[in-house]
Design a protein. Sequence first.
Length: 310
Amino acid sequence: MGKLINGKWVNNSIVTSDEKGTYARLVRTFRDEVSDHSASFPPEKNRYHLYVSYACPWAHRTLIYRELKNLNNLISVSVVHPDMLENGWVFDSSFPEATEDHLHQVNFLYENYQRADKSVTTSVTVPILWDKVNDTIVNNESSEIIRMFNSAFNEITGNKDDYYPVELRAEIDRFNELIYEPVNNGVYKSGFAQTQESYDSAVSELFSTLDFLEGHLENKNYLVGDQLTEADLRLIPTLLRFDLVYVTHFKCNIRRIKDYKNLSRYTKNLYELPAIKSTTHFDHIKRHYYYSHEMINPYRIIPKGPFEAF
């Protein structure tokens, strides 16, 4: 694992922590937008390419949206190998459903970051939305990519399904804020904690929020209103990985999702949606976490169970 510093690959830990040993996620570096109002990045068919890992929950969001919004024939995809080792994410089709880099035929994802900016200092993450015309990265922040996918290509696809409707935006934003730090990022803050204090704080906040969501979902199928929204689509990738890897690997073991009546029902129901089921690859998820994080699992032993992911 490593990062780019002034355009050079440096092999060191990607886990960044503050003075208290608490994991601190780095801000993403490419933040442009595909939009009708953009002279540089207008919505066009076959112009954009998505780089993802099937293991990564942040990338999973973008793949779900790509399915829901009928973008499969507009936006092509390359999938990295689940192992993230001394060279970071790599292109190696030897693992089932991992692919080569279809655009540039490079071996390492960081080479695409270097192609976009020869002197960039950045963590090398997925997803990446790439522009084939300008030969550069548009954006590598998943929350912004899914907003683009939600509406930017509507006139091309004819798909007007809206997962961030105006009348529900305030409530969706509230749930996004409620869930992001303690749950989406909270599993990482628990797993990458370097002190007992930081772990205790993160895991307590995580399960306090899960307990709240359990109560909120009583007699409800969705987080906001009576429809699938962005809030659900930002939460579900974390829930799908929870019992499979986070409980054991990240020490998030106070309870499992399957121990929650409403959260487990909610997870199972959302998983049955074709856009979610078809983009969930449990083999990639399990392999990545247990094999890549040497600081947590130095012998890279991959457990046999659980046989049910949630």
